[in-house]
Design a binder for this molecule. Structure first.
Ligand SMILES: [Zn+2]
Ligand SMILES: [Zn+2]
Length: 207
């Protein structure tokens, strides 16, 4: 699997582009800077099957309309964050004072769903807490954690639908995954699950 990480948008969210040897791929969290994302897609001749959202916040979804129009990709988000696609307050567009364009998911995801794009398989892990429908995506090459787990940190829980007990449970769920994986968060540098199990105070607290 090939991967590119492009920090994008208002507060530098990590947009990840994943693709296989045949050029089939997904775009995860296109939070802005669509020209840079589209340039990456064109340069590598990627057919984007899906746009995946780890959750429904503006800094992860602002680029969805243009990426969707340009690629024809289908949009996927966990069911519990589905309402954010149609609500400027839940998705925080109102807070940033940015005009909102409602989006439509082609399917709402559930715990355990597997998304297939070419030879890439991504398993959906529901990790509520930062938002009700925050989700992580697990493949053999890594774990994409959105705003649930950061290097030595975790997402805030004081926004709409946030829940401190829930994110503690979600961090415990991630800590309990078998084995070790590279971790690719929604903001900041990548890390590994074993490092976070050992030294992330929020993850330790969760266990
Ligand atoms: Zn967020
Ligand atoms: Zn974010």
């Amino acid at each position: 699997m090939h991967m590119a990480c492009i920090p994008v948008g208002l507060i530098q969210a990590n947009c990840y582009v994943l693709w296989d040897e045949q050029g089939k791929g997904v775009v995860l969290d296109p939070g802005g800077d669509e020209d840079r994302i589209l340039e990456m897609i064109r340069r590598n001749r990627i057919t984007v099957d899906y746009i995946l959202l780890t959750h429904g916040h503006i800094d992860h979804m602002m680029g969805v309309p243009r990426i969707q129009t340009s690629t024809g990709a289908r949009l996927l988000i966990h069911r519990a964050d589905g309402p954010a696609l149609a609500d400027a307050r839940i998705s925080l567009y109102t807070d940033f004072g940015i005009p909102f364009q409602p989006m439509v998911a082609s399917r709402l995801l559930e715990e355990g769903d597997v998304i297939a794009a070419g030879s890439i398989r991504l398993q959906v892990i529901h990790t509520p807490g930062h938002t009700p429908g925050s989700a992580c995506f697990l493949c053999e090459d890594g774990l994409f954690t959105g705003d649930t787990l950061f290097e030595n940190g975790c997402g805030r829980t004081d926004l709409y639908g946030g829940n401190w007990e829930a994110i503690q449970g979600s961090l415990g769920k991630l800590a309990g995954l078998p084995g070790d994986y590279p971790v690719f968060p929604g903001h900041g540098p990548s890390t590994t699950l074993s490092t976070e199990r050992r030294s992330n105070p929020y993850m330790r607290y969760s266990g």
